[in-house]
Design a protein around this ligand. Structure first.
Ligand SMILES: Cc1cc2nc3c(=O)[nH]c(=O)nc-3n(C[C@H](O)[C@H](O)[C@H](O)COP(=O)(O)OP(=O)(O)OC[C@H]3O[C@@H](n4cnc5c(N)ncnc54)[C@H](O)[C@@H]3O)c2cc1C
Length: 485
């Protein structure tokens, strides 16, 4: 352990070790390392100890000790976040990965009560074992945790049909920054009893407390799915295709994902089992998924008719409908492999843009022009959840450009230009990834003084000493100053 710490901290950390036992803490630098760096290995932090409590009770005692000794806490789940929200600056990392129990599955009430460290795919599997569906789905589902999903208000592939996780959370249990436990584990779909406190914790990125358990709403499991991929020449045609498919399949359509030729090229190049289903390359691709609850024939007919109409009107130029689960999985493999493929291909400057769906073509065209003016030769790689207006407008480094120069010379300027563009079109600079460390400056720039003032007051009401994930989302002192004009 580091020796450059006060005796108060040493005493507090020793007390924490007693509470969580040998399996619940470590200080060895090699063991700490994976908890100090996010998965892209861009941000790196520091902490004195990683603590892994096994229960809410242990978590509450650990937090209270830290509160008394003023030791900052960084909550962490699967550490798959995109904005450095789980990267610590000091103090302890409190990781939930030993709290993995499914406390209850009430099939008649269609709810599941799980602890925060449950891996997302384990929650999906528990629901499916009972003939139900937990609909949140995203490419990191094998490693991210429910607590992290809730703390980031995760979106993912099926938002178009089921909403973000905010729409799915019915109740929460939270350890507050002073160590008290708020038990809000209600299994109710209606409960108008004053302020809905759980909403404050959803999307709070660990700054207001540690989520230890949640009640989540399940839905009936569909009988099957139909997956298709279509190709188009431009953004306007993708938007028209979305209009046709959404119109014909409302209620059944659960995903409308898009990517460009560059996405297909790098995924099939770098991801072993991703296979292009078309004979030639096309400028744009849409991946469409629908579900059915009874006989598949009505949904199949609507999908085929929609595709036929789009082909006839020359909105799309080719299409496949998966004929087996394996074929469907391959189509998804291309889309899901994209985040990994882009990182293998080159350095990436990422943007998590939200924009009214109708404005996606204009944003994409203006954004590509801006990006190429600012970074000559950069490779524009937009992809993502077009059906809910969320485009990951990513930029790959120009070939032959030094990777470090790509980030140091261009990232700030191009971020500013694209975020300004999105906001000027009624969009947002963060759709589903949150703010964490890397978008704090954007908060001050784009959020109004009134919003910053309210957020700073909420933070100070929950966490007056700023001990819970300090430095994430915004600096409360800076936020207060920015509004005191
Ligand atoms: C390949 C890939 C694809 C992805 N696709 C999507 C996508 O489609 N949609 C999407 O929304 N995100 C996506 N993400 C981002 C990421 O998976 C989500 O943000 C996820 O919800 C984070 O969960 P986690 O457990 O890894 O949280 P972490 O990364 O550990 O933490 C994220 C934030 O939540 C806080 N936190 C974690 N656990 C708790 C807790 N129990 N209580 C309070 N605060 C807590 C942390 O302090 C941090 O601020 C993707 C990531 C990867 C790597």
């Amino acid at each position: 352990m580091n020796t450059d710490i006060s005796t108060d901290w040493v005493r507090a950390l020793d007390a924490i070790k007693e509470i969580v036992g040998p399996a619940g803490w470590f200080t060895d630098p090699a063991e700490l390392e994976p908890y100090l760096t996010e998965w892209r290995k861009i941000l790196h932090g520091n902490c004195k100890m990683v603590v892994r409590p096994a229960s809410t009770e242990e978590t509450a005692i650990v937090v209270e000790i830290c509160h008394q000794a003023r030791i900052p806490i960084t909550p962490q789940g699967g550490n798959t976040g995109m904005v450095g929200g789980g990267v610590p600056e000091d103090g302890i990392v409190l990781c939930t990965n030993r709290m993995t129990a499914v406390r209850e599955l009430d099939a008649d009430n269609s709810t599941i009560t799980v602890e925060a460290g449950c891996i997302l795919s384990d929650v999906q599997n528990a629901a499916s074992d009972s003939g139900l569906l937990f609909p949140l789905s995203l490419a990191a589902e094998g490693s991210c945790c429910i607590g992290g999903n809730i703390a980031t208000n995760a979106g993912g592939n099926n938002t178009i049909r089921y909403g973000n996780i905010r729409e799915i959370v019915l109740g929460l249990e939270v350890v507050l920054p002073d160590g008290r436990v708020w038990n809000g584990l209600r299994q109710l779909r209606k409960c108008n009893t004053g302020y809905d406190l759980k909403q404050l914790f959803i999307g709070s990125e660990g700054t207001l407390g540690i989520i230890t358990a949640a009640v989540l709403a399940l839905t009936p499991a569909p009988k099957g799915r139909l997956t298709a991929m279509a190709t188009a020449d431009n953004w306007d045609d993708l938007l028209k295709l979305f209009g046709i498919i959404n119109g014909r399949l409302t209620g059944s359509l659960i995903a409308f994902e898009v990517f460009t030729r560059l996405g297909m090229e790098i995924t099939t190049r770098h991801i072993a089992d991703a296979i292009n289903p078309f004979k030639q390359m096309h400028a744009f691709y849409a991946l469409i998924e629908t579900v059915y609850y009874g006989n598949d024939s009505a949904v199949r007919e609507a999908l085929e008719t929609g595709m036929g109409e789009a082909l006839e009107q020359e909105i799309i130029n080719d299409a496949v409908i998966a004929e087996s689960a394996r074929h469907a999985d391959n189509l998804w493999r291309i889309r899901e492999g994209l985040p990994e493929a882009q990182s293998v291909e080159s350095g990436v400057i990422k943007h998590d843009i939200s924009i009214p769906i109708s404005k996606i073509p204009n944003f994409a065209k203006a954004g590509s022009k801006l990006a190429m003016e600012i970074i000559p030769g950069c490779r524009v790689l937009p992809f993502g959840h077009m059906g809910d207006g969320n485009i990951h407008f990513n930029l790959l480094a120009p070939e032959n450009l030094d990777q470090e120069k790509f980030f140091t010379c261009y990232m700030g300027k191009v971020n500013r230009a694209l975020h300004d563009l999105a906001v000027s079109m009624g969009g947002s600079f963060s759709a589903e990834h949150g703010i964490g460390q890397i978008k704090r400056g954007e908060m001050i720039r784009y959020r109004s003084d009134v919003e910053m003032d309210l957020m700073a007051r909420i933070k100070s009401a929950f966490d007056p000493h700023n001990g819970m994930n300090p430095g994430k989302i915004f600096d409360p002192v800076q936020a207060a100053k920015s509004t005191a004009r």
